[in-house]
Design a protein around this ligand. Sequence first.
Ligand SMILES: Nc1ncnc2c1ncn2[C@@H]1O[C@H](COP(=O)(O)OP(=O)(O)OP(=O)(O)O)[C@@H](O)[C@H]1O
Ligand SMILES: [Mg+2]
Length: 144
Amino acid sequence: MYDNKISIEFLSKSQNEAFARVAVAAFVSQLDPTIEELTDVKTAVSEGVTNSIIHGYENREDGKVRIDASIKGDEIEIVIADFGRGIEDIEKAKEPLYTSRPDLERSGMGFTVMESFMDSLEVYSEKGKGTKVVIKKKFDTELG
Ligand SMILES: Nc1ncnc2c1ncn2[C@@H]1O[C@H](COP(=O)(O)OP(=O)(O)OP(=O)(O)O)[C@@H](O)[C@H]1O
Ligand SMILES: [Mg+2]
């Protein structure tokens, strides 16, 4: 069972990326993170939401992005889901510097950033159905 959980859903508009980042950061604050830990989580959420908007929905603004964040003990799990085009080859997509959109001047580092700033990254996707990214991080909370 989770100690606490939030869900938010928003349209795939680029201005909602900042909203999502701040909303998740506010939720994570109850774990008493350091500034650095908070920045790591915000950056990871930002990468995931940006991917859903520009890749999942190819910049269409009428898609839905859903974030479920849950706290269990001193760990946060964040699920970022879209219902867009999906990823054909997940392993390839996760490789550093791989991007399907060099034309948009993407650098292909989003998944690598999420992986290094968080403790774990899992990607589930089905072509034409959507993508779900699960990221987790443990915090050094001082108990007692
Ligand atoms: N939600 C998604 N839906 C569809 N494809 C995705 C999604 N997220 C990632 N991808 C695919 O995985 C590739 C790698 O993603 P990653 O975030 O690592 O790099 P990028 O977005 O291309 O560049 P950067 O994040 O550095 O701007 C993308 O180019 C895209 O093809
Ligand atoms: Mg990216």
